[in-house]
Design a protein around this ligand. Structure first.
Ligand code: ATP
Ligand code: MG
Length: 430
């Protein structure tokens, strides 16, 4: 069975906006377009300036569009875990059909029935992920469709976020002229693929160290159970280097990328490099070991904050250890330092797909793969409206209406995929 589907994912990060265009085919991902631009308007993982963010999103989108000569129409959107909340929910419905066979419709209804749980007024539902279905008291069912029963129950996790956070993200995406295919909590989608099945089952912490924030997501018994965000990331390291070495931020960033090391004992003391000093016509010489000390102090503090979060979450044990990803995980020596402070097994994760073999792409890759997995399950393959024909060489200049017309004429079967995203937009903007 060869079912291929096109997806575009959007990761709105504090340091950069990532756009990936990917083709999923029988569980394998083939990346055909990438957009990655420095972001403006996002601090510590939160949108603080809508117009600046929209401009950055548009730039990243057109960068990816130029790679394939098609216009991007519909995206899979990641919601950051700041202020996200995860709770267990239950749903129950009576099976509809006379012959008691469970259908797609029953599945939809049981998930809807779990949403009826009261969501506080300042919070908004992201989505519900099923943990297990129960058919007439028979538990641990992954997919009840085709089975016979009278009563269908669902145990799932419900992810909600603050109304403001969701509103701001949706506003930016809408203003950038994009439609939404699916919305997922970022560490749910990313962690699901960065972690092995064993890690997800045994109890493991997924840690994404980005530019402005560090996201922790705990997986246990195969599911996401908790998330937390610490407002510290790679930009803090750059700032520390800039202050201590008295050098401009751009220089500090370059030095971090080229010579950075997180573990003092392993950093080289021989290789020296020159650093321009702010306001002076001179350069200072430093060794990798010298800057490793500065970087190490900041990261030690970060890992101690991670430990505090583990305690706050009431984690007794993490048999699967810790998996670290995100841009900062490229730093030499970060695994050693994390092992030293966290006192557990530490693995670094980098996505292994041509064109995106960088840990900064973990979220964007995870969003595409998660959307495909979900669409397979819910029978939504064949609905892709990810791309539209380009009317000219300038994809971004095609008006939204026109893009839709092009798409409508090539794709009829899209109602169900759109309805969910439309519900979100209707609520906020109509
Ligand atoms: N080789 C490297 N060595 C050290 N730091 C690196 C390296 N490559 C990238 N970084 C850092 O990673 C950070 C960006 O990571 P990433 O793209 O994952 O963040 P983001 O998604 O934009 O931000 P956030 O997730 O916090 O919103 C930057 O601070 C950058 O300097
Ligand atoms: Mg990120």
């Amino acid at each position: 069975m060869n079912q291929s589907e096109l997806y575009v994912s959007l990761d709105i990060g504090s340091s950069s906006i990532k756009v990936l265009i990917g083709e999923m085919n029988d569980d394998s991902l083939h990346v055909i377009g990438v957009g990655n631009v420095k972001s403006n308007g996002i601090r510590k993982g939160t949108i603080v300036d809508i117009d600046a963010t929209v401009q950055s999103i548009k730039k990243a989108i057109s960068e990816a569009e130029r790679m394939i000569g098609m216009a991007i129409h519909e995206i899979v959107l990641g919601i950051p875990a700041n202020l996200a909340n995860i709770q267990n929910v239950k749903g129950v419905v009576a099976v509809n059909r006379e012959d008691r066979e469970i259908t797609d419709g029953d599945l939809e209804r049981v998930i809807e029935s779990a949403q009826v749980m009261s969501i506080p007024p300042e919070r908004e539902l992201i989505n519900i992920a099923p943990k297990q279905f129960i058919v007439d008291h028979l538990e641990e069912i992954k997919d009840p469709r085709g089975m016979i029963g009278t009563r269908l129950e669902l145990d799932g996790i419900m992810m909600t976020t603050s109304k403001t956070i969701l509103h701001n993200v949706l506003r930016c995406v809408e203003k950038a002229g994009l439609q939404i295919r699916e919305i997922y909590l970022q560490p749910l989608a990313a962690g699901h693929f960065a972690l092995t099945e064993d890690e997800k089952n045994h109890g493991t912490a997924y840690i994404d160290i980005g530019g402005g924030s560090t996201t922790i997501a705990i997986f246990s018994e195969g599911h996401l159970i908790n998330t937390s965000v610490i407002p510290v990331g790679g930009e803090h390291i750059t700032k520390d280097l800039s202050i201590v070495l008295k050098t401009p931020t751009e220089q500090a960033e370059m030095i971090k990328l080229k010579y950075g090391h997180a573990f003092y004992d392993d950093a080289s003391d021989d290789e020296l490099f020159e650093v321009p000093v702010i306001g002076a016509d001179m350069k200072e010489q430093y060794s990798q070991r010298y800057i490793a000390e500065i970087i190490g102090v900041r990261l030690e503090e970060l890992f101690e904050l991670v430990l505090e979060e583990f305690y706050r979450m009431g984690l007794q044990d993490l048999p699967g250890g810790v998996v670290i990803t995100g841009g900062v995980s490229k730093l030499d020596g970060i695994g050693q330092l994390a092992r030293h402070i966290l006192q557990t097994r530490v693995r670094l994760y980098t996505p292994d797909y041509i064109g995106v073999r960088e840990p900064q792409y973990t979220t964007a890759v995870g969003l595409i793969r998660y959307a495909y997995k979900e669409d397979l399950f819910y029978g939504k393959i064949g609905n892709s409206q990810a791309l539209a024909q380009m009317a000219s060489s300038e994809a971004v200049s095609i008006p939204k209406k026109q893009k839709q017309t092009v798409q409508n004429s090539t794709n009829d079967n899209k109602e169900s995929a759109m309805s969910k995203a439309k519900k979100f937009f209707d609520k906020f903007f109509e």
